[in-house]
Design a protein. Structure first.
Length: 232
């Protein structure tokens, strides 16, 4: 995938999402004055906005991982974060101290840990001199709701400096995530101020636009290559 194709794919994904959000806002809020926007309408839009925010971010990272895989690089040529991502399964085995075949596991805790450590070293040797294929669901895992910490973790594991996203954007993503969770759990029934709602809505939409720029820049500049950029 070349850079133009990567950017076009991300832009196409974003367009339909923003169109759907805009259509929903127009249907629910229409031409009503801001101070009369209903709490139910704003909650509905926030839930949909979170869904598109997470969906677009997940897809953008997947497209970037595909671009990295397309380079067919050796692990030794990748940033250490991406090498760590290639070893996620082995990391987890060492951390949790579990066997890959739990039903037949007759080892004690100490033996199992030793075997997991050896398996980790063996995997490092096996991937050191061969092209690596990264899995986007591992590198950019969103096992929890997309918020500040999950986003920063994904960026870091993709060797993209977390400072490339501004603090106000992190705050808006966190707000939309928390609002969505509160709505889903039935704990947010009060009316959100229209000013706060609109400010965070616009910042989250701007984040998705900025993410296209960021992913395109990272791919074209080869930030995934070892030593290409310092990752914070």
């Amino acid at each position: 995938m070349n850079i133009a194709e990567l950017k076009a794919e991300l832009e196409e994904d974003l367009v339909w999402r923003l169109d759907e959000l805009r259509h929903l806002k127009n249907r629910l809020l229409g031409d009503e004055p801001r101070d009369q926007w209903s709490a139910a309408s704003m909650r509905t839009i926030l839930v949909m906005q979170y869904a598109h925010l997470e969906g677009f971010t997940r897809n953008a990272f997947a497209v970037y991982v595909d671009a990295i895989n397309g380079e067919s690089l050796m692990v030794r040529d990748l940033q250490p974060q991406l090498m760590a991502a290639a070893l996620t399964e082995e990391f987890e085995a060492v951390r949790k101290n579990v066997s890959s075949d739990a039903d037949k596991d007759e080892d004690g805790r100490l033996t199992r840990r030793a075997k997991n450590q050896v398996a980790f070293v063996e995997k490092m040797h096996s991937i050191a001199d061969s092209p690596v294929t990264l899995l986007s669901e591992v590198v950019a895992s969103m096992e929890m709701n997309l918020g500040r910490d999950v986003l920063r973790r994904c960026l870091y594991m993709l060797a993209i400096p977390t400072s490339q996203v501004s603090n106000p954007q992190y705050s808006s993503i966190e707000f939309v995530k928390n609002a969505r969770n509160d709505i889903a759990h039935g704990s947010r029934r009060e009316r959100i101020s229209s000013g706060m709602f609109d400010a965070h809505r616009q910042k989250c939409e701007q984040f998705m636009k900025d993410l296209i720029r960021l992913i395109t820049l990272a791919a074209s500049s080869g930030w995934f290559r070892k030593g290409a950029i310092e990752v914070d």
